[in-house]
Write a protein that binds this ligand. Structure first.
Ligand SMILES: Cc1ncc(COP(=O)(O)O)c(C=O)c1O
Length: 437
């Protein structure tokens, strides 16, 4: 009887519609699921509209990808390479790990990021597949469909992709180029309503290359606390700040509002393809007890991150005090940051006097945003056409600000070797000169 009801296939109270049995049906193309249809990374659709030049004699210089391994001039540390080779050879890192990460890796992450203000234990750490996986956990662990997430503009588009796929929405708060890309707190506050689930803060910033000062972070955390909101802090570029711009983690700054700090190995250790990241739960007064449990449950959905890569985390994040690994890692970090800072300063020096461009001086990470005064030029009227024509005429690929919600800016990734940067900047200067009114 129950079966007969089901096979009738008729709308409730409507006439019975006879359906063919599955066995009698023809194959027909399957539809992608509704969930997959909601997944959209705006960067992809923008970048796909940019046409690559078909015939060009000029060598292509891509300054578009936030991947420091592209040119081979930012190698990973010897300690990292030797440790992973030894761990492969040990044959002990081939099995499944706990879905939230191996105990040793979680202990090392907790040891590295714990502080007097915000003590962490391994129970506060959930390891994920890259910082992207960590952000996915954080957003889904905190928000419900129908809620909104405050995100920076300009900002990394993945936040929107993740939120919208799960039926949440994003509201963009402005970052102010004239104030070194600090957040417009009035704007941020005006966006908050009863359905706001969290404030997402990305510091140091992709695409801006900015590093928030301590006072500014305090102001953001006070704002969050006033509205009883938690913070999701994307700190994948944590510790990658230049001289005079100290990095402070919101995990230690925000003393009232609880924070989920997302981080990972990708950028600091120059291995974005290794895909290991983490969430650190900085609870305040037990406010996140249930959220912590939720994050652990979510980690079971894909049974955790790569166990081999997790095996290097103890050596990388908490090497023995005074060990040769510790010394070597310090040298590696110093060398990487010196090289990045020097490339950043070179970029400013080369482009700051170009009439019609406005370089916002970077303070960390590996990016700089350059404003385009479109009225000064002819032949293009926005960042998309600027980048398209620069690519066609000069084979220099930079991403239009539209990818990050920043019209009339473009983003440069300054990790290329110095001679390639010099060539790219000479071509940008030549292009601007030719196009100036
Ligand atoms: C701001 C920001 N957050 C997160 C990520 C993702 O990091 P991962 O490669 O570890 O997933 C990136 C990568 O470029 C990023 O720029």
């Amino acid at each position: 009887m129950a079966n007969a009801k089901r096979t009738a296939g008729s709308p409730k109270n409507g006439p019975a519609v006879k359906r063919t049995r599955r066995e009698d049906r023809e194959w027909s193309p399957f539809q992608a699921s509704k969930f997959s249809q909601r997944v959209c990374n705006p960067i992809r659709s923008i970048v796909d509209t940019i046409k690559r030049p078909e015939k060009t004699t000029k060598e292509m210089i891509p300054l578009s990808l936030g991947d420091p391994t592209v040119f081979g001039n930012f190698p990973p540390s010897d300690v990292l390479v030797q440790t992973i080779v030894a761990n492969v050879n040990s044959g002990k890192c081939n099995g499944y790990a706990h879905s939230a990460g191996t105990p040793a890796a979680r202990a090392a992450i907790a040891a590295r990021y714990t502080s007097k203000e915000s003590p962490l234990t391994p129970a506060d750490i959930v390891i994920a597949s890259g910082c992207s996986g960590a952000l996915d956990l954080a957003i889904n662990g905190l928000l419900n469909p129908g809620q909104n997430l405050l995100v920076p503009q300009p900002g990394f588009s993945l936040y929107q992709t993740l939120a919208e796929a799960h039926g949440m929405s994003v509201r963009h708060y402005r970052l102010l180029p004239e104030h070194s890309w600090q957040a417009d707190l009035k704007d941020m506050e005006s966006l908050i309503d009863d359905d706001t689930g969290a404030i997402l803060v990305n510091n140091p910033s992709n695409p801006c290359g900015s590093v928030f000062a301590l006072d500014h972070l305090k102001a953001i955390s006070a704002l969050a606390a006033r509205h009883r909101l938690p913070i999701i802090a994307d700190e994948i570029y944590g510790n990658m700040s230049f001289d005079g711009h100290s990095f402070h983690s919101l995990g230690t700054v925000s003393l009232e509002a609880p924070v989920l700090v997302c981080g990972g190995l990708a950028k600091e250790f120059l291995v974005p393809g290794w895909r290991v990241g983490w969430v650190c739960v900085h609870d305040r007064n037990g406010l996140f007890e249930d959220v912590r449990k939720g994050l652990f449950r979510l980690s079971q959905m894909i049974l955790g991150a790569n166990s081999l890569v997790q095996s290097v985390i103890p050596t990388l994040l908490s090497p023995n005090e005074g060990s040769k690994e510790q010394r070597s890692l310090r040298l590696f970090q110093k060398k990487t940051m010196t090289q990045l800072q020097s490339n950043a300063m070179f970029t400013v020096q080369e482009l700051q006097d170009v009439e019609g461009l406005r370089v916002v001086r970077p303070q960390g990470a590996m990016y700089v945003m350059v404003g385009i005064e479109v009225d000064v030029f002819e032949g293009f009227d926005n960042d998309m056409s600027f980048c398209q024509q620069l690519l066609e005429e000069e084979s220099v690929f930079v991403l239009p600000g539209k990818c990050f919600g920043a019209p009339n800016f473009f983003r440069i990734v300054f990790t290329a070797p110095r001679e390639k940067l010099a060539l790219a900047y000479a071509r940008i200067k030549g292009f601007c000169e030719r196009r100036r009114k």
